[in-house]
Design a protein around this ligand. Structure first.
Ligand code: ADP
Ligand code: MG
Length: 216
């Protein structure tokens, strides 16, 4: 029986760094996806936002993990002009509030962090699964993580499954017609393209898996 490792501030810092690396290497792809059904800024938005997050977190190593998430969220809101800034910004702030000032957290609480993040995206953006948004990747990831952990899967395995669920949800946005955000202005012409926000969300969940696995 392996004892599940606790996560801490370093897990959050490492998650944010992994996101920054990942959106930077996929920037052009995210730009292309957004150019097809939006205004072509999603890749640059995400890179600008998470570069600022990594900078903001630098030197905050002593802060508790919840505080780091709140700071990350605030930084996204203030640096990203597109829809994804306020959406991911409020998501990370809500997630951070779940942890309060506690120094460490376990898998069960990570589910609650992500569930709060999802709830806040849905509150702010009023999107549901099938609207062709980041919710199409985030909701299945949260559901899968919860189910896997409830079935006693090790955290790293559960996160791997969650990342796959996000990627499946991301691919499932292709045949959908967008009902929220800029892409919805295109009506039926949004069909046949993968949603950029669902794509970066899948990268964000994959980054979380890497951050947690590297620490284990
Ligand atoms: P903008 O659309 O303002 O240019 P971005 O290009 O950075 O912002 O982000 C676009 C992504 O934001 C979309 O692909 C979609 O996934 C997500 N999005 C837009 N509106 C909403 C919404 N109301 N709810 C959830 N996600 C949304
Ligand atoms: Mg855009």
């Amino acid at each position: 029986m392996i004892t599940e490792q606790a996560m801490d501030a370093a897990t959050i810092t490492s998650w944010m760094r992994e996101i920054e690396t990942s959106v930077r290497s996929e920037r052009d792809y995210l730009v292309q996806l957004d150019a097809a059904i939006g205004d072509g800024d999603h890749g640059t938005n995400m890179v600008r936002g998470f570069e600022a997050v990594v900078q903001a977190l630098d030197g905050e190593a002593a802060a508790p993990p919840g505080r780091l998430l709140i700071l990350a969220g605030r930084t996204l809101v203030s640096t990203v002009g597109g829809a994804s800034g306020p959406l991911w910004g409020s998501a990370l702030r809500s997630g951070g509030r779940v942890l309060g000032d506690q120094p460490t957290f376990e898998g069960g609480q990570l589910v609650e962090v992500l569930a709060a993040a999802l709830a806040s995206v849905k509150d702010l953006g009023a999107a549901v699964v099938g609207d062709k948004t980041m919710v199409d990747a985030l909701e299945p990831a949260v559901d899968t993580l919860r189910t896997e952990l409830a079935a006693s899967a090790p955290l790293a395995t559960a996160l791997g499954e969650a990342a796959e669920a996000a990627e499946t949800g991301m691919r499932a946005t292709v045949p959908l017609q967008a009902r929220k955000g800029r892409a919805s202005y295109l009506g039926e012409r949004s069909i046949g393209h993968q949603d950029p926000g669902a794509t970066s969300t899948a990268l964000i969940i994959r980054a979380l898996q890497r951050a947690v696995s590297a620490a284990g």
